[in-house]
Design a protein around this ligand. Sequence first.
Ligand code: GDP
Ligand code: MG
Length: 197
Amino acid sequence: SILSRANWSSESDESDSSEAECLYRVVLLGDHGVGKSSLASIFAGIQEKDAHNHVGEDTYERTLTVDGEDTTLIVMDTWETEKQEEDEKWVNDYCMQVGNAYVIVYSITDRSSFESASELRIQLRRIRQAENIPIILVGNKSDLVRCREVAVEEGRACAVVFDCKFIETSASLHHNVNELFEGIVRQIRLRRDSKET
Ligand code: GDP
Ligand code: MG
């Protein structure tokens, strides 16, 4: 299924109409288990109880009205976090190439996922060097206060160093999830508007 979606996405690249139509691809990055699919499901409006009907779904599209203007986001939950076979590496390469914005997710209960987030940020900067793409660092699972391994201040400081936005979310409580996706829309518009002037 990813193949067909990938083809479909590259077709829209060729027409290069994504900006004109206010259609943007948002790629979720981050370790296994940090909550990427949970965040994507909330974005897509999928309820927990019917989540099992959507196994294998990895790309979601929704139009958000932010500050009175419509913007369509295509959220890609296609990042492979398990050990990859050589012939599957293209999926992650593809993810790194096609995003108009990136959400790098870690779990506040898992320090190693926080370290992976930094590595992903560095990787992204290397691959998309000349571009000023919006990146949001997300500390998810903020509801699990007793298991916290990464302080809010550490997340914030990391975002300053990496020159990106930062937000803590809880997919379980739906806390800050709308704010996250609205924040992405605003970041995309800021860059679009500064290009126009
Ligand atoms: P992914 O591997 O990054 O796609 O992570 P998933 O979305 O599959 O989530 C992994 C596990 O963490 C699942 O059991 C989720 O229910 C759980 N989870 C995700 N987000 C949260 C959260 O904000 N709080 C809590 N307590 N659990 C979460
Ligand atoms: Mg997942």
